[in-house]
Ligand binder design. Structure first.
Ligand SMILES: [Zn+2]
Length: 447
């Protein structure tokens, strides 16, 4: 038997060690915008051109995947043969168009699924799921005769319709809760019933989208469920789970250390719909634009140390516009830190020069604590912006407008009633002349 030369072995180890980071570096980080269109939010009603512009900007900042979910709340089965054009038809038609748009922009296209959430007209009394903690939605129990078949048929219809429209699904991202679940004895443990159902749905998806991957969303999972799921998947479907987007609880900036199926990549589900702090409660940006420069920077730093290789940004529309830029630019390494992102944002959309961009960055960062910002009073809210009405001028480099941030009456304050200091909602329309790319510029609404 030949002995291996120790020096050659050492050289080999060094070279392989050097090669590994290079190989990893070649893999682009997964950066997905989960543009969840539901309950009448911006994505659910966005016109095709509006969505194209927003997604194009998202991609410019670093996003490389697009995801959406068909929320069937208040909807009847649009594939039942009823000639009536219903809410379901309108919502799905628009989602299909958004998928086509995302694909045309070069984004991967993922369909988020919540398997046993069904159409309103499928809620037969004998099919209904048993309610319990975390279990909500229009749910049926997959163990009831005929219910599982109805669920599979629903997804078959969606997969076939997307394929017919030329959409190549890259993944289905399956979530067991919100909406989903059944607490009946036959479904226990739900996480395994969910896994079985998801595998059947994935198998169906592959008949229409042969390369579609299976990803999971860890929203609301317990540590025990992660352990059970990982063991079950390793035994029954090894290598099938491509990634798990682990839940980051509100006001936290990292994921839990939980077991994953072998080979399953660790991703993170990042809620970008709230500012640096989650209280006072506004998770959906209902009171205006949000900015989280400190929270998202800390999140990206922590995720890096936790070997997280992908993020899924939970987004509700254009009011988290700045957070889209922050998360994607930082996670993909396009920008080094939050101030750099904010300066780039000001240059791109406000036409700011270097000096102005720094001021804008300071101004934007203060909105991480929106209830502490002392906004200018009505009548004094204006920005010195020479932009014309030509949308798109800033990003295209043509006729760049020049803007300076509005002057706050004072530095951000730390006291006072929150409702009095929130800027834009309860006063007259601002006399604003800036119209540079305002479709994606929710923050313009604060002036
Ligand atoms: Zn059940």
């Amino acid at each position: 038997m030949r002995r291996t030369n120790p020096l050659a072995l050492l050289l080999l180890l060094i070279l392989s060690g050097l090669a590994r980071p290079a190989a990893r570096a070649a893999e682009a980080p997964i950066c997905e915008i989960y543009a969840a269109g539901h309950f009448g939010n911006w994505y659910e009603v966005a016109g095709v051109n509006e969505m194209r512009r927003v997604l194009a900007e998202a991609k410019a900042w670093g996003f490389n995947r697009y995801g959406d979910w068909f929320d069937a709340i208040d909807c009847v089965d649009l594939f039942s043969g009823d000639p009536q054009y219903s809410l379901a038809n309108a919502l799905w038609d628009l989602k299909r168009t958004h998928f086509q748009t995302a694909q045309s922009l070069g984004l991967a296209t993922d369909l988020v699924i919540t398997p046993n959430h069904v159409y309103r007209d499928q809620l037969k009394p004998e099919w209904l799921a048993k309610r319990g903690p975390r279990i909500q939605g229009q749910l049926i129990c997959p163990h009831q005769p005929g219910a599982r078949e109805a669920i599979l048929k629903n997804y078959q219809n969606l997969f076939a319709d997307l394929a017919k429209a030329g959409v190549n699904l890259t993944a289905i991202n399956s979530a067991p809760y919100d909406y989903g679940g059944c607490a009946c004895d036959q479904c226990k443990p739900w996480i395994i019933t969910f896994a079985q159902l998801t595998l059947d749905i994935h198998k169906l998806a592959r008949t229409y989208h042969p390369k579609v991957e299976l990803h999971f969303i860890g929203w609301w999972w317990t540590a025990e469920e992660h352990k059970h799921f990982a063991e079950w998947m390793d035994e029954h479907a090894p290598g099938t789970a491509v990634s798990m987007a682990l839940h980051i609880p509100y006001d936290q900036t990292g994921v839990a250390d939980v077991p994953l199926p072998k080979g399953c990549r660790k991703h993170a589900f990042v809620q970008i719909g709230y500012p640096d702090q989650s209280t006072p409660r506004d998770f959906y940006a209902k009171t205006g634009p949000v900015a989280a420069p400190r929270r998202l920077a800390a999140t990206v730093t922590n995720l890096s140390t936790q070997s997280v290789t992908g993020v899924m940004a939970y987004s509700e529309g254009i009011f988290d516009d700045l957070n889209k830029a922050l998360l994607s630019a930082l996670f993909t390494g396009r920008q080094k830190n939050s101030p750099d992102v904010l300066r780039a944002y000001a240059r791109r959309y406000f036409g700011a020069d270097d000096a102005q961009a720094g001021k804008w960055a300071d101004w934007l960062a203060a909105w991480g604590k929106p209830y502490s910002v002392d906004a200018p009073p009505p009548g004094r809210r204006s920005i010195t912006c020479q932009a014309t009405a030509r949308t798109g001028a800033a990003a295209s480099g043509n006729s760049r407008p020049t803007c300076s941030p509005p002057t706050r009456r004072s530095a951000p304050v730390t006291s006072g009633p929150p409702s009095a200091s929130r800027a834009p909602t309860n006063s007259g329309p601002p006399k604003r002349r800036c119209s540079a790319r305002c479709t994606g510029l929710a923050l313009c609404a604060t002036f």
